[in-house]
Design a binder for this molecule. Structure first.
Ligand code: ADP
Length: 822
C-alpha cells in the first residue's frame, strides 16, 4: 500500500523528488485515518482540476502532518534545507532559511548527539534511509526529535534531494524513561523483598511475566516455565498447591498457599503464593499472583513458637512454685495495690481464695481485720505492699500482726518490692509473707520457761540459804545448852531444863529434815498414805499438842471448836501433819499474845476445818503463791519466824492426796489469815486421843546485852555468859534492845540480825549513833553467813560477825581488856 501511494503521489508533484518524498514520509508518519480524511477532501474536487488537486492533496497532507517534513540537499557534507512544512516550523520554531542562515540546524543539535547526526548524514548521502533520535536545544529546553531521512535519487543532471521528517518524541521518550525507571524500581523492589509476580495465561496454560517469580523456585530463567516450577515443590505439598491454584484460577476460592520448594542446589525454601482472579474491561479473565519467599519468616515463626513454648513452660513452673510455696506470695496489679492476687499460702492466711483478690484495701474488704506493728495499730494504706507501692521503696523483714474478728492473731514477717513500668512509674508490687505466729508463740513459751527456770534457780539459791539458816538456828541453843551442862552444879532442875531445850531444838531440826524428805518424796510420788478410819477431833488434838509449847511460849490464845464424831478416811500421821503445819504458821505469823481459832463444820459429805489467826495476814495477790514450793511472802531478813517455804506445799499436797482441797483467805496485811482444809467425810465412827512440852535466864563482870528473837538462843547464851560471871540481860527484838541498852549501857552487845521490828543492822546503827554506844563492842550473832551478810554488818558498824552456833571460845576473844572500854 505504501508503494502504491508513493507511486501515485510522485507523478503529480512538481519536482518529483519532493512530491514522492513528501507523500512517502507523510504516509509513514501520519496515521491512515489522517490520510483518508485528506483523500475525502480531494475526492470532492472536480475532475478537470486533477493536477491541481494532487498538489492540493500534497499540501493538505503536509499541513495535516504533525511531524515536521523538510527537503533539502547535501552540500559539502552539510544539509541545506530548502523547504519545510508547518509541522517542521512548529517543531523547530525556525524556517528553512533561518536554519540555513544560522549555519544549519546542526547548530541546535545537542553536542553529545553530533556524531550520531554526522553518521546519519553519511548514511543518507550513500543513498540509504536512516532514522535516529537526536536531542536539540530548542525553546530553551532539550527536545528529543526522531529524525528520518532519505536521499532521493537525483534526476538526470539534477541534484540529489534529501527529504526528512522530524517528530517531537520528547514526551514518548519521557514516558519510556519513566517506564524504564519504574521497571528498575519494580525489579529492585521485587528482588530486594524476594518477591515475584506472575500472571496466568489461560490460553497457553502457562505463567507469564514470571521471571522474578521463577527465581524463587531456583530457576535460572523464566523460560524454565511453569512445569519446572511445579517440579520444585516438595511432593508432600505439590498436590495441595495445585488444588489451591486451580481453585484460585477458576475463581472458586482465593489462592493463598504456603509450601516448600527445593532448589537445584538442594536447599529448601518456604514460599507463599497468593493470586487474584479478575475480569478485564473486555471480559477476559485474568489471574494475577504474587509469590514471596517466607523461609526467614517461617524460621523466625518457628523460633518464636519455640521461645513461646519455653516461656509457657517457665510460666507453668513459676505458677507451680507460686502455688506450692509455703510462704504467702502476692502480686499487686495496680499502683495502689487494691488488687493483690494471692497464692494458696497467702489466701489461707487471709481467709481468701487462691488466685483471687485478697487486698485488704480492696473495696469491700472485711473491715474487722486490724493491723498492728510494734503493738500499735496502723491504717491499711501502710500495709507492707501498699507502702512499697506508694513510696516506690522495698519493705524488708518487717513484722506485723493481723487481728481477725474471731480472735485469731496472725504474726507475719513481710517483704515487699514495688514493680515499675517502662516509664519508671510504679505499676504494682510483689510481696512475700511468712507466718511466724507459731515461732513467736514458741519464743514466748521458751521465754516463759526460761523465766520459770530463772525463778526456780533463784528460789533454789534462796532455799539453800534459808535451809542453812534454819539448820543453824536450833544448833545455837543446843550448843549453848551442852556447854551449860558442863558448867551445871548438878541440880536435877537445871539438867532438866537444859535437856528440854535440847529436846525442843532437836525436834525442830527433825521436823525440818522430815519436811524436806516429805517434799522430796511427794515430788517424786514416793509418799504413800497409811489409810485408816480416824476421827477429826483426835487429829486436831494431836496437832494442837505438838504445837502446845510454841503456842504457850508466844502466849497465844487458842480456841478449838471441833465437834466429835466427824470421821475421816486417811493417814493419821499425815492428817496431823497438815494441821500442825497450819498451827505452826499461825503461831509464827502472829505476834505474841495473838489469837488462834480452829473450827470444823460438816457440810454434807465434807468437813471444812479452818485455822484462823489474827496475825500478819497475806497480801491478796499472793494468796495462791503461798502454796508454791519455797514461796515466802516476806523474804527480808527482818522476818521473825523463818522457815523453808515448804510447809504449805506439804499441806496442799497431803490434802490433795486425801481427796480434799485447801485455800486461804486474808483481809490483807496485818489482818490475819484463815486457812481452810476441806476433806471428804467417812461414814463410820471410831474413838478419841491426847498431849505435848516448853524454856528460862541468869548474871557478873561485863555488862552484856543479848538480843535475839530466838528465845532459846538468847536464854542459853545469857545463861552461859552469866555462868562466866557477866552481868547479862536478854531482849527479843531490836527496839527492846535499843531501849534496854540506853538504860543498861552494856560493854558488849550480842545482836541477832533477823529480828522483828528493827533488824540487827539498824539496831547497831542506832546504838552507834548514841554517845554511849560509840565505844561498845557490838557483835552480830546470826544464822546468815554469806559474804554479803558480813559486808552489810561491817557497814552497819558491827565489830564482828559470828555465825550461829557461836563458838564460845571465839566469842570470848572479844571480851579482852584491849577491846573493852571499861
Ligand atoms: P514457811 O517455812 O516460810 O513458813 P510455808 O510454806 O509454811 O513456809 O508458808 C509459806 C509462806 O506463807 C510463809 O513464808 C508466809 O509468808 C506465808 N504464811 C503461811 N502461813 C501464814 C499465816 N498464818 N499468816 C501469814 N502468812 C502466812
Amino acid at each position: 500500500m505504501n508503494t502504491q501511494l508513493l507511486g501515485g503521489v510522485a507523478g503529480a508533484v512538481d519536482g518529483l523528488a519532493w512530491g514522492v518524498a513528501f507523500v512517502a514520509l507523510a504516509v509513514a508518519l501520519v496515521a491512515g485515518v489522517l490520510f483518508a480524511r485528506a483523500r475525502r477532501r480531494v475526492a470532492a474536487l472536480p475532475e478537470a482540476d486533477g493536477a491541481r488537486s494532487e498538489r492540493r492533496l500534497q499540501q493538505a497532507v503536509a499541513d495535516l502532518a504533525s511531524d515536521g517534513v523538510f527537503s533539502g540537499r547535501l552540500e559539502d557534507g552539510r544539509l541545506l534545507i530548502d523547504r519545510v512544512t508547518p509541522g517542521f516550523v512548529s517543531a523547530f520554531g525556525l524556517t528553512a532559511s533561518a536554519i540555513n542562515t544560522r549555519g544549519g540546524w546542526g547548530a541546535l543539535l545537542h553536542a553529545r548527539d553530533r556524531a550520531a547526526m554526522e553518521a546519519q548524514l553519511l548514511a543518507v548521502a550513500d543513498g540509504g534511509r536512516h532514522a535516529t533520535e537526536l536531542r536539540y536545544d530548542l525553546r530553551g529546553t532539550t527536545v528529543w526529535l526522531e529524525c528520518r531521512m532519505q536521499r532521493l535519487p537525483a534526476d538526470p543532471g539534477g541534484e540529489a534531494v534529501i527529504v526528512g521528517a522530524v517528530r517531537d518524541v520528547t514526551a514518548q521518550r519521557e514516558t519510556e524513561r519513566k517506564l524504564e525507571r519504574r521497571e528498575a524500581q519494580y525489579r529492585f523492589a521485587l528482588e530486594g523483598t524476594r518477591l515475584g509476580v506472575w500472571e496466568w495465561d489461560y490460553e497457553a496454560q502457562e505463567a507469564i511475566d514470571a521471571d522474578l517469580a521463577g527465581r524463587l523456585f531456583g530457576l535460572p530463567s523464566a523460560e524454565d516455565g511453569h512445569q519446572k516450577a511445579l517440579e520444585r515443590i516438595v511432593p508432600e505439598d505439590r498436590e495441595r498447591v495445585l488444588q489451591a491454584f486451580m481453585a484460585g484460577a477458576e475463581g472458586r476460592a482465593p489462592y493463598d498457599v504456603e509450601y516448600r520448594v527445593v532448589w537445584p542446589d538442594g536447599s529448601e525454601h518456604w514460599l507463599r503464593s497468593t493470586g487474584h482472579r479478575s475480569v478485564d474491561a473486555e471480559g477476559t479473565p485474568r489471574f494475577l499472583g504474587v509469590t514471596r519467599e517466607i523461609t526467614e519468616e517461617k524460621a523466625a515463626a518457628g523460633r518464636i513458637h519455640e521461645l513461646n513454648e519455653q516461656l509457657q513452660e517457665k510460666v507453668r513452673e513459676l505458677e507451680t512454685v507460686f502455688d506450692l510455696a509455703p510462704i504467702g506470695l502476692g502480686f499487686g496489679t495496680d499502683p495502689k495495690c487494691d488488687t493483690i492476687i494471692a497464692n494458696e499460702a497467702l489466701a489461707r492466711m487471709l481467709d481468701g481464695i487462691p488466685h483471687d483478690n485478697v487486698s485488704l484495701t480492696r473495696p469491700g474488704a472485711p473491715t474487722e481485720i486490724r493491723a498492728f506493728r510494734g503493738g500499735r495499730e496502723f491504717p491499711r494504706g501502710e500495709l507492707p505492699m501498699q507502702r512499697a507501692a506508694a513510696t516506690g521503696r522495698p519493705v524488708v523483714d518487717e513484722e506485723m500482726e493481723l487481728h481477725f474478728p474471731d480472735g485469731r492473731v496472725l504474726a507475719l514477717l513481710s517483704n515487699a518490692a514495688p514493680l515499675f513500668n517502662d516509664d519508671g512509674e510504679v505499676r504494682g508490687c510483689v510481696g512475700a509473707f511468712i507466718d511466724i505466729t507459731e515461732q513467736r508463740r514458741l519464743e514466748r513459751e521458751v521465754q516463759r520457761r526460761l523465766d520459770e527456770l530463772k525463778q526456780a534457780d533463784r528460789r533454789k539459791d534462796e532455799f539453800l540459804a534459808t535451809l542453812a539458816h534454819e539448820l543453824r538456828n536450833p544448833l545455837a541453843p543446843i550448843r549453848n545448852a551442852s556447854m551449860l551442862l558442863g558448867l551445871q552444879d548438878g541440880s536435877q532442875q537445871g539438867i532438866d531444863w537444859v535437856r528440854r531445850v535440847i529436846d525442843r531444838q532437836t525436834d525442830h531440826l527433825a521436823r525440818l529434815i522430815d519436811d524436806l524428805l516429805d517434799v522430796s518424796r511427794i515430788t517424786r510420788d514416793k509418799l504413800t498414805l497409811r489409810l485408816e478410819r480416824v476421827e477429826l477431833r483426835r487429829v486436831i488434838d494431836n496437832a494442837v499438842e505438838s504445837m502446845r509449847s510454841q503456842i504457850d511460849a508466844q502466849r497465844h490464845r487458842l480456841a478449838v471448836s471441833v465437834p466429835p464424831g466427824l470421821w475421816l478416811q486417811g493417814d493419821q500421821v499425815r492428817l496431823t501433819q497438815i494441821f500442825s503445819n497450819l498451827l505452826n504458821n499461825a503461831v509464827k505469823y502472829t505476834s505474841a499474845g495473838g489469837s488462834i481459832d480452829v473450827t470444823a463444820a460438816a457440810e454434807g459429805a465434807w468437813v471444812n476445818v479452818t485455822v484462823r489467826d489474827n496475825g500478819v495476814g497475806i497480801p491478796p495477790d499472793q494468796l495462791r503463791q503461798v502454796f508454791e514450793m519455797f514461796y515466802q511472802v516476806d523474804r527480808s531478813i527482818e522476818r521473825a519466824h523463818a522457815g523453808l517455804g515448804i510447809g504449805l506445799t506439804l499441806v496442799e499436797r497431803l490434802v490433795r492426796m486425801h481427796g480434799g482441797e485447801v485455800w486461804v483467805r486474808s483481809e490483807g496485811i496485818g489482818r490475819g489469815s484463815a486457812f481452810t482444809v476441806r476433806l471428804p467425810l467417812a461414814d463410820q465412827p471410831a474413838r478419841p486421843e491426847g498431849p505435848a512440852p516448853s524454856a528460862g535466864r541468869a548474871v557478873r563482870g561485863l555488862r552484856i546485852l543479848v538480843a535475839d528473837d530466838s528465845v532459846d538462843s538468847a536464854l542459853t547464851l545469857t545463861a552461859l555468859l552469866s555462868a562466866a560471871g557477866h552481868d547479862v540481860q536478854a531482849v527479843h527484838d531490836g527496839f527492846a534492845a535499843l531501849q534496854r541498852a540506853a538504860e543498861f549501857r552494856p560493854h558488849v552487845l550480842l545482836l541477832d540480825i533477823g529480828m522483828p521490828g528493827l533488824n540487827g543492822y539498824d539496831t547497831c546503827r542506832r546504838i552507834r549513833a548514841e554517845p554511849w554506844g560509840r565505844n561498845a563492842v557490838i557483835i552480830a550473832i546470826t544464822g546468815w553467813g554469806a559474804d554479803e551478810d558480813r559486808r552489810r554488818s561491817r557497814e552497819a558498824g558491827f565489830d564482828a560477825h559470828l555465825v550461829k552456833p557461836v563458838d564460845y571460845a571465839e566469842l570470848q576473844k572479844y571480851f579482852s581488856p584491849d577491846n573493852i572500854a571499861l
